[in-house]
Design a protein around this ligand. Structure first.
Ligand SMILES: CC(C)(COP(=O)(O)OP(=O)(O)OC[C@H]1O[C@@H](n2cnc3c(N)ncnc32)[C@H](O)[C@@H]1OP(=O)(O)O)[C@@H](O)C(=O)NCCC(=O)NCCS
Length: 162
């Protein structure tokens, strides 16, 4: 059994080449979105507990990136999830819930009170995940995703329970 854990990530600009390739592959395989290396590298994700990478702790470094939770200050008290993706073999095992709890606790501690993100309209599983966490669809996004309709979802952050 792999020992999967979310560990703090560097700024994407400082990522090794292999890690950027891992992230691009995750996006492509799990969301169908195609990103070029510079777009990934220039995502403005600070080093904080809302910049998390899913790795197998038993793997010798450099470890493969098998999941990403990237959030970034947006405006006012809103934090935006710029990327949230987990490799298929690790989905549905509460890894996403753990990253979400950690990221929202960090965002709350830093003074953010709302979370916003974009999701494809046909990605009902992810929408369900967000709806259960208090987000609702605020607007339709036309032209944001090449493949079709998207939604902008937003909701309040809640204080961490422990
Ligand atoms: C969305 C995602 C990050 C959630 O993480 P996860 O570890 O799979 O989710 P958890 O195990 O913590 O929670 C499972 C819940 O998420 C939902 N979910 C979303 N995608 C799922 C998947 N591929 N497999 C299982 N559950 C999924 C389920 O509705 C489930 O709800 P439930 O608790 O009512 O059963 C992850 O499934 C993923 O990377 N999916 C593909 C990429 C994607 O859609 N990213 C979001 C783009 S906006």
């Amino acid at each position: 059994m792999p020992r999967m854990a979310w560990i703090p990530g560097d700024r994407p600009l400082d990522f090794p080449e292999t890690a950027v390739r891992d992230v691009i592959r995750l996006f492509k395989n799990e969301t169908g979105e195609i990103y070029a290396e510079p777009s990934v590298r220039h995502l403005p994700i600070p080093v904080w507990d809302a910049n998390l990478l899913l790795v197998d702790l038993d793997e010798a470094p450099p470890r493969a990136v098998q999941g990403v939770m990237w959030a970034t200050p947006f405006k006012d008290d809103i934090v935006r999830v710029a990327a949230f993706v987990i490799g298929a073999q690790h989905q549905g095992q509460k890894m996403g819930s753990r990253a979400w709890d950690r990221f929202t606790a960090e965002a709350w501690a830093k003074g953010f009170r709302h979370v916003q993100l974009e999701v494809k309209a046909d990605n009902v599983a992810a929408q369900r995940f967000y709806t259960r966490r208090g987000l609702t669809v605020q607007q339709e996004l036309h032209g944001y995703y090449k493949s079709g309709l998207g939604y902008m979802m937003r909701g309040p952050l809640v204080p961490p329970s422990d």
